[in-house]
Design a protein around this ligand. Structure first.
Ligand SMILES: Nc1ncnc2c1ncn2[C@@H]1O[C@H](COP(=O)(O)OP(=O)(O)OP(=O)(O)O)[C@@H](O)[C@H]1O
Ligand code: SF4
Ligand SMILES: [Mg+2]
Length: 417
């Protein structure tokens, strides 16, 4: 292999440092309508054996991030426009295509939402599994068949030997996803990327498949990036969570810390919009008002500003960088002691996070500067507005999350999902 970036794998001994290091990753798509700013300079790490969640609404850049890691961005529209991806001592952005092909499946495996897009409908499960194994391992057909039977048994497929001759359509959705997990684990990858692996399944099957995934990857020591729009799914599965919005990571924390002290208005909104399965009475779910920004426009200001009840005038012009929630803390980027980071000029207090809206007397979200100036100019017969007048303008409370005061929805208990 070429393009080593560290000594991690040079001497074949496990080294300190993360298995995966993504630094300032930028992804763009060139389209007829202009450039899509899909991923805007994100950085994160995954340690060996760690499971990290990547969470956010549809279109925030979760899949694109991972397609970029795997160098599978749709060509020619998609490209890595900046940043580095280092995996186990290799620079994946620079790696030769042949080496990258060898790495996929063998060292980094992916599971998608719909197994039918990954499974070949005209080949039997045996053909697909043995082909995958033998593409990377020098073993006989019989040995790869035995390994396939073992793997299908491991993921809970009944009568695995006889099911080998089945075609994908002869399995239920949940069973197909189990087959995908078996195939992904066949080569004992170091990293598994699971992109919405259970979204298409009903809730009971979803819980079983997630538990299986957690159990098998824990036992094998496989690192996992779990992609989902559902905070409930990552709650019981991950050690750390990165919350994405409009191509940025806006909050990152260990899983217990993120649920105990959500600190970015977007995360607070997400938490108020998921069901609280262990609640004594049902709290109303509060969807986040508005829609994510059009990513064909270059981002200016905080991308969440149009939907944020906490916004200040500065939010319309300056996009805040990720910084420790507790100012001045030493930054640890992975593992159980990872620092809680947010990108926000005006984070909610704990009390505000619990109720889902600002509680400071007289506080109103800063309206967009241009509109405010226009409105004030009209009402004051063309007298220009000052910044102070903009902030205190009455009657514009911005979008608010009208959650009840009963506290944040809690993540589902293990076993309740
Ligand atoms: N082939 C493409 N051409 C142009 N833009 C694209 C392409 N694929 C993705 N994008 C854009 O990149 C952005 C990120 O998309 P991505 O698929 O990563 O979202 P996601 O977070 O995975 O959403 P979902 O939860 O719906 O899967 C979106 O604005 C999307 O429209
Ligand atoms: S307070 Fe400002 S910086 Fe923070 S999320 Fe709201 S708009 Fe963005
Ligand atoms: Mg996606």
């Amino acid at each position: 292999m070429t393009a080593p970036v560290s000594t991690r794998r040079r001497d074949g001994i496990a080294e300190a440092g993360p298995l995966l290091q993504v630094s300032d990753l930028v992804v763009r798509f060139s389209t007829h309508d202009g450039t899509v700013h899909a991923v805007n300079g994100i950085s994160f790490q995954v340690e060996a054996g760690e499971t990290v969640g990547l969470v956010g609404e549809s279109g925030c850049g979760k899949s694109v991030t991972n397609l970029a890691i795997m160098r599978l961005l749709p060509k020619p529209a998609g490209r890595i426009a900046g940043g580095r991806v280092e995996f186990d001592g290799l620079d994946l952005v620079q790696l030769a295509e042949a080496d990258m092909r060898d790495l996929r499946g063998k060292e980094i495996a992916m599971i998608f939402q719909d197994p039918m897009t990954s499974l070949n409908p005209v080949l039997t499960i045996e053909e697909q599994m043995t082909e995958t194994i033998r593409a990377h391992r020098k073993i006989t057909r019989q040995e790869s068949r035995d390994r396939s039977i073992e793997l299908l048994g491991m993921v809970g497929i009944p009568n695995p030997e006889s099911r080998l001759s089945s075609f994908p359509h002869q399995f239920s959705g949940g069973m197909r996803q189990r087959v995908m997990i078996a195939m992904a684990l066949a080569l004992e990858p170091k990293l598994m990327i699971a992109d919405e692996p259970t979204t298409a399944l009903d809730v009971t099957i979803q819980a079983q498949v997630l538990e299986l995934l957690r159990d098998l990857t824990e036992r094998a020591g496989t690192s996992v990036i779990l992609i989902t729009h559902d905070l409930g799914v990552v709650a019981g599965m991950t050690q750390r969570i990165n919350v994405m919005y409009a191509g940025f990571i806006v909050e990152t924390a260990t899983t217990p810390e993120l649920f105990a002290a959500p600190s970015h208005p977007y995360t607070v909104g997400l938490l108020h919009s998921i069901p609280r399965l262990n609640a004594e009475r049902h709290e109303p779910l509060i969807p986040i008002e508005g829609a994510p920004p059009d990513q064909r426009r270059a981002p200016t200001g905080c991308p969440f500003a149009p939907r944020c009840a906490w916004r200040l005038p500065v939010c319309w012009t300056d996009n805040p960088a990720l910084a420790p929630v507790a100012p001045g803390s030493r930054i640890v980027t992975s593992g159980p002691g990872a620092t809680h980071l947010i990108a926000c000029h005006n984070p909610p207090t704990a009390e505000e996070a619990a109720v889902g809206r600002p509680q400071r007397p007289g506080f109103v979200a800063a309206p967009p500067p241009g509109i405010v100036v226009d409105e004030l100019a009209a009402s004051l017969e063309a007298t220009p507005a000052t910044a102070d007048e903009v902030v205190i303008m009455a009657g514009d409370e911005g979008p608010v999350s009208a959650a009840g005061a009963a506290g944040l929805p809690l993540p589902p208990e293990e076993g309740e999902r």
